[in-house]
Design a binder for this molecule. Structure first.
Ligand SMILES: [Zn+2]
Length: 157
């Protein structure tokens, strides 16, 4: 049975803006932090990834890569993992045009595929007791503006 999704949380990897990294890199960082995936899901979905806490990672070239299965509980938002999906943008606060396009498309697709009437989209920093800037921009402002990049958060070559 599909997991009920009530929340989509946008994160950043806290890597230098524009620097290419991979899901394998994030997997290694999360392994070092003691995260581990459910064996049941790992066997059938991205078996090379043992630990990654996110469901989706958006690379600097705008490609979207999967981590955990959508029905697998993530490890990205303390207290909210059971009914949420986690998206991670590579970078800290400025993202490429391709990343902004990918984020808009991914959030829209996830709301259609997994969302219900109650599903909300927020930044990690919007959750209670989160004392960091992740994902480095205001998700409500971005959505209200039609999900286009704010100039201050657009990384240009
Ligand atoms: Zn975060």
């Amino acid at each position: 049975m599909a997991r009920e999704i009530n929340l989509i949380v946008v994160h950043c990897a806290d890597t230098p803006d524009g620097r290419p990294q991979t899901v394998a890199d994030i997997d290694a960082w999360h392994r070092a932090r003691g995260f581990h995936r459910s064996p049941r899901f790992k066997t059938a979905f991205n078996p090379s990834l043992t630990s990654i806490g996110y469901h989706y990672v958006i690379y600097v070239d705008g490609t979207v890569h999967t981590g955990r299965h959508p029905d697998e509980v993530g490890a990205h938002a303390v207290g909210h993992n059971h009914d949420s999906l986690g998206i991670c943008l590579l970078g800290q606060s400025r993202y490429t045009a391709a990343q902004w396009d990918a984020l808009r498309n991914l959030v829209n697709d996830l709301l259609i595929e997994h969302g219900g009437k109650q599903t909300t989209v927020c930044g990690h920093r919007d959750l209670p007791n989160v004392h960091k800037e992740c994902p480095g921009f205001d998700v409500d402002t971005w959505r209200a503006a039609g999900m286009v990049a704010e100039a201050a958060h657009l990384l240009t070559a």
